[in-house]
Write a protein that binds this ligand. Structure first.
Ligand code: ADP
Ligand code: ADP
Length: 235
């Protein structure tokens, strides 16, 4: 069963058809890339998957069960975590405090909430290190990290709090070549841990580097959908 299966999803805003009959899936241990230029419907699709707004046609299945998300918490409760481009981080706060800000969003994370400060620092350092980011000092304000490292902290946080699906909204859009590489390796590490990843980008090269499945949108419609290794791309 797919972690997420979208079947003919649609969404309108008044007369504007933002998304029209779009289908795709997200599997455990695989990256689904959503490509498309501005206005293609990428934000609309991720908002539906992330619970920020409901779809108004088609079906959304999570692990085989039809759902209609009304609130972000509905998606979080199903293990779907979203890292938006602007990241929910507080620049002046230490890295470790930002890491555990997530625990206020995910209620009932049990023993984790009772960790003491030293333990939270250790968890932050170890979790980042285990996926390839070595921070000497988790006490430094997160604002002093590079944009790529900040993305990685946000991803590590979602992984730590038990996400099954990670939705990444243009995580490399504001980054240069080197920092993009840092983030792409991190995305691959999350995938290798068995998460399903939705990777939104308008950079085909970045999609190619980490993607297993590709969906290209234009004006709300799918204009191509294929798997890695497929040479018969549509359009
Ligand atoms: P993308 O993220 O690919 O740039 P969007 O999903 O933001 O695309 O937008 C798809 C289309 O829907 C665009 O034509 C956009 O102007 C329109 N749209 C998006 N959100 C709204 C909204 N809240 N109200 C009206 N139109 C919207
Ligand atoms: P992005 O490239 O991330 O889609 P945009 O600048 O296109 O960024 O859109 C920013 C936000 O505004 C998105 O959440 C989108 O849904 C919303 N939006 C886009 N177009 C419209 C519109 N015509 N009316 C209202 N909201 C819109």
């Amino acid at each position: 069963t797919a972690l997420i299966e979208a079947r003919g999803l649609g969404r309108r805003y008044g007369n504007v058809v933002a998304l029209d009959d779009v289908s795709t899936r997200v599997d455990a241990g695989a990256v689904t890339c959503i490509l498309g230029d501005n206005g293609a419907g990428k934000s609309t699709l991720i908002k539906i998957l992330a619970g920020a707004q409901p779809h108004d046609s088609g079906e959304l299945l999570v692990e085989g069960e039809a759902v209609t998300f009304q609130r972000p918490k509905d998606a979080l409760d199903r293990g779907i975590a979203t890292v938006y481009q602007n990241l929910a981080v507080v620049p002046m706060m230490p890295v470790w405090r930002n890491f555990f800000l997530g625990s206020e969003l995910t209620k009932g994370t049990g023993p984790l909430r009772r960790l003491d400060v030293r333990e939270m620092k250790r968890v932050t350092r170890d979790d980042l290190a285990s996926m390839g980011i070595d921070l000497r000092d988790v006490e430094q304000p997160i604002g002093t990290l590079s944009g790529g490292e900040r993305q990685c902290v946000a991803i590590a946080r979602a992984v730590h709090f038990g996400a099954k699906v990670l939705i990444l909204d243009e995580p490399t859009a504001a980054l240069g070549v080197k920092q993009s590489g840092v983030v792409l390796r991190y995305v691959a590490a999350a995938r290798d841990r068995g998460l399903g990843v939705v990777f939104i980008t308008h950079n085909p090269h970045h999609a190619y580097l980490v993607g297993d499945r590709f969906l290209v949108l234009r004006r709300g419609r799918s204009i191509g959908s294929w798997l890695k290794g497929d040479v018969t791309a549509a359009e």
